[in-house]
Write a protein that binds this ligand. Sequence first.
Ligand code: TYM
Length: 334
Amino acid sequence: MNENAKKVMLSGIQPSGDLHLGNYLGAIRNWVARTDEFDNYYFMADMHTITVRQTPADLRRRTLEQLAQYIACGLDPEKNTLFIQSHVPEHAQLGWVLNCYTMFGELSRMTQFKDKSSKHSENINGGLFTYPALMAADILLYQPDYVPVGEDQKQHCELTRDVAIRFNNIYGDVFKVPEPFIQKVGARIMSLGNPSSKMSKSDPAGCVFLLEKPEDILRKFKKAVTDSDTENCVRYAPEEKPGVANLMGIYAAITGKSYAEIETEFAGKGYGVFKPTVGEAVVEMLRPIQEETRRILADKAYLESVYRAGAEKASYIASKTLRKVYKKIGFVAR
Ligand code: TYM
């Protein structure tokens, strides 16, 4: 292998809802920051979304909006391979193979499966259960060094490593064993309405969407839960004051300030000043992203050219890995 080749980064987001602040601060922002350092693959994980019922027109719209937002957030398609998962059939193909190397017990322990099967008890389908094997395929096809994700995806990344190691132990060095890449600040943004659960599209009241109107964003921040005591003091104490700590985390991620600096900035000012200030910082951060997203979405031909070129490049790499896997396991070449 070429020793001067850049290391590879890969990640994806499901277009099952609109992108939110957690996706941005936990994942996308870290991708953008490292564009020049790595060879990058970022995709819309549309195949994963159908483990939960989707309205087809919404899924189509969100997938394209997500691509436009990736670019608007700063992922230059010339420097990042941006593609739609279902355009690269090797994901499904390797996904099946890895299903056969992932244990029932391992899949049963996945917290995302437990969460989603309790929320969608009427539709606990096989795909929901075997989802991590498809995610392992998404990753291992591109032989990445790092998988930049938020904290909640760590368990899936660890399972991917276990599956890769198991496979390599049987067949030799087929897969690179990747590391999850989790930043400290922003790795787990909590709901504004309930700071004990993570910010998620399934709780729209506590969730700030990247394309949301500034006035709605500000309203959500003004209503954000702080703490039940009457201290009214901006102090970083995650156990005692999880709501305040979450808002401080968001503010720190945006401004680059330390918690001590934030405490000093709001000393004697109370939540009435703190909450709208954090809201404003979010609105200002999102303003150029929103404008750029609207501009890109108006140019359908451009979006199409991006996802086509992305799929072509992704397929080239993915097919090489799949060919190797098929050969190793004993499938006859066509
Ligand atoms: P998904 O679509 O739920 O989330 C996408 C990314 O956003 C991060 N994230 C958060 N980070 C901080 N705070 C939050 N509240 C928050 N909510 C979400 C997630 O950690 C993730 O990085 N299974 C994956 C999608 C996927 C994938 C992959 C990721 C499919 N194949 C291959 C990496 C590599 C998922 O459901 O993420």
